[in-house]
Design a protein around this ligand. Structure first.
Ligand SMILES: Cc1cc2nc3c(=O)[nH]c(=O)nc-3n(C[C@H](O)[C@H](O)[C@H](O)COP(=O)(O)OP(=O)(O)OC[C@H]3O[C@@H](n4cnc5c(N)ncnc54)[C@H](O)[C@@H]3O)c2cc1C
Length: 444
């Protein structure tokens, strides 16, 4: 591998995050050495040698008004995002979503990077962490030699290889007429969602018959016994969940005069401000639409807004809250950045957004300036803050969502969800515009 000189930057992985980061660095005047192992060495999910290949869906998420994904994209446009430029060029009709022709999209990204006068492309597998300043964006399917090197450098327990996550809902969308605070130990730590016998039977039937995400060939169909998907557990028998995550023992239902409910679903706080709650023990492999339908049969969740659906798939990601600063460089080595899905965000656009955050930090570092921290009032800043500050013991990847923001008192008073979001959106855009103005000018 080439040694970089002072005006040079190194980026490993030309996926969504690495392509965006390479572009941002090159636009800031750095000569970028971009390393990508495909097409010589493929991952189990990619099928082409193009950069920024979309491995599954062809949607880059909502572009509608106050949707969190729309805000994220609008912020990224302020950085002249390559991924969004390519998205625009490859757009196909998809209502309120930005869906793309995947071939045109990846080709566009590849051509822009190949044609950039300051980007040098190396088709090579990187097997070690380079000793010079470098940005690693090798994604959920990072080559095993490099993930071994990362483990060696950062510690064995610092890298996860499998994502088994339960859905997360916005706390203020849980129906409190059907939920109560409490725990089996007597504290008020959990939000409990009771079901009667009749409600449980309807839920159980829907759960075992719901459509599953079929997964990819490389995804194992066998699960760790201690981490079974809820639907798999339920298939073992109608009472099995009642002795597992839906166990009602030790809880009294205040809506039924303190009687023990037939079944319970517990929600646990997922962020420090308490705006997000995850369904305890509900890791699942159901299709996303099915999760909304089936979990919506739990009375307290009938109108809940899911900000992240449950997933069970192979995913290499760091224990970022223990390892990374909000500028996405490591606490241990200042000149080593990570970006993309491996930092613990989930989604194409979120991954690319973290490419921008890391590249802006790296560029400042290479110039000898202080690395700017993205404002927490912006979606990009809130995501970077979440992945670097949440509880490392329960850390699981996260999408862009409004639950990441702390709500100031003037917004807490707004009952209308749309008005609240509009306020947060306006504030985010204003803060990001100001932040971009304060950054050093981008070279063309
Ligand atoms: C099977 C699967 C399906 C997914 N489906 C969706 C979806 O439908 N929608 C969605 O929003 N998100 C989806 N995701 C999640 C995620 O958004 C994408 O994986 C996204 O591509 C992540 O971007 P990235 O840049 O972090 O990684 P990637 O886009 O995977 O890019 C990483 C790049 O690094 C290269 N690389 C890896 N190791 C090395 C090495 N050692 N040396 C050199 N190059 C290397 C890879 O070849 C790859 O090009 C999916 C993830 C997986 C695993």
């Amino acid at each position: 591998m080439k040694k970089s000189r002072p005006n040079e930057a190194m980026v490993i992985g030309a996926g969504l995050a690495g392509s965006e980061a390479a572009w941002q660095l090159a636009q800031r005047g750095w000569v970028v050495h971009l390393y990508e192992m495909r097409p010589d060495v493929m991952t189990p999910a990619h099928v082409t040698g193009q950069f920024a290949e979309l491995v599954c869906s062809n949607s880059l998420g909502s572009i509608q008004g106050t949707a969190p994904a729309a805000l994220l994209k609008d912020e990224m446009r302020l950085f002249d995002s390559l991924i969004l430029q390519a998205g625009q060029a490859a757009q196909v009709p998809a209502g309120s979503a930005l869906a793309v022709d995947r071939e045109v999209f990846s080709q566009r990204v590849t051509e822009r990077l190949q044609g950039h006068p300051r980007i040098v492309i190396h088709h090579e597998v990187v097997t070690d962490i380079p000793s010079q300043p470098c940005l690693i964006a090798t994604g959920p399917l990072t080559h095993e030699a490099l993930s071994g090197a990362i483990q060696e450098t950062l510690g064995d327990s610092m890298l996860s290889f499998f994502d088994a996550a339960a859905p997360i809902v916005l706390t203020d969308t849980v129906d409190m007429e059907h939920a109560f605070w409490g725990s089996r130990e007597g504290s008020e730590d959990y939000l409990n969602c009771p079901l009667t016998k009749a409600e449980y039977e309807v839920f159980y039937d829907a759960l075992i018959h719901a459509e599953q995400h079929l997964g990819h060939d490389f995804e194992s169909s066998t699960f760790f016994e201690g981490c079974l998907p809820i639907e798999e557990l339920a298939r073992r028998g109608p009472k099995t969940p009642l002795y597992g995550p839906m166990k009602p023992i030790g809880l009294e239902n205040p809506f039924e005069g303190g009687r023990r409910p037939y079944a319970i679903v517990q929600l646990r706080q997922d962020n420090a401000v308490g705006s997000l709650m995850s369904l305890v023990g509900f890791q699942t492999n159901l299709r996303w639409g099915e999760q909304k339908r089936v979990f919506g049969l739990i009375p307290a969740l009938a109108n809940a807004e899911f900000v992240r659906y449950g997933v069970m798939h192979r995913n290499t990601y760091l224990k970022s809250p223990a390892l990374l600063r909000p500028t996405l460089n490591t606490k241990r080595r200042e000149d080593l950045w990570f970006a993309g899905q491996m930092t613990g965000v989930e989604g194409y656009v979120e991954s690319a957004a973290m490419g921008i955050v890391a590249a802006v930090g790296m560029s400042a570092y290479l110039e000898g300036r202080e690395m700017p921290v993205f404002p927490r009032e912006t979606m990009m800043g809130a995501l970077a803050y979440y992945i670097t500050h949440t509880d490392p013991a329960h850390f699981q990847p996260m999408n862009a969502n409004f639950g990441l923001f702390e709500l100031p008192p003037e917004v807490q008073g707004l009952r209308d969800k749309k008005a609240r979001r509009q306020w947060l959106r306006n504030r985010a855009m204003a803060r990001m515009e100001e932040f971009v103005r304060q950054l050093e000018p981008v070279h063309e």
